[in-house]
Ligand binder design. Sequence first.
Ligand SMILES: [Zn+2]
Length: 79
Amino acid sequence: MKKIILPFQRVLIQKRLCVGCTSPLDKAKKLGKLSERRELVECKCRRRYVYNKELNEYQRASFQEEQQLLKELNKKPVL
Ligand SMILES: [Zn+2]
């Protein structure tokens, strides 16, 4: 028997809502730019998303993207 898992998370993101607490991502805190078109934002529940200006949509931030940006924001040398 196949389980049908509805992609709730994807639906929520398409509606520009946080998958964890359903807060509007447009009100999420902007942490900084990943590139010209991509911005890292953090919801009040501390989940992080990448806002793509070109597509005008949000995506879950990958671990690498978070680490890369946080490193740049902190400007700490990593040894
Ligand atoms: Zn949230």
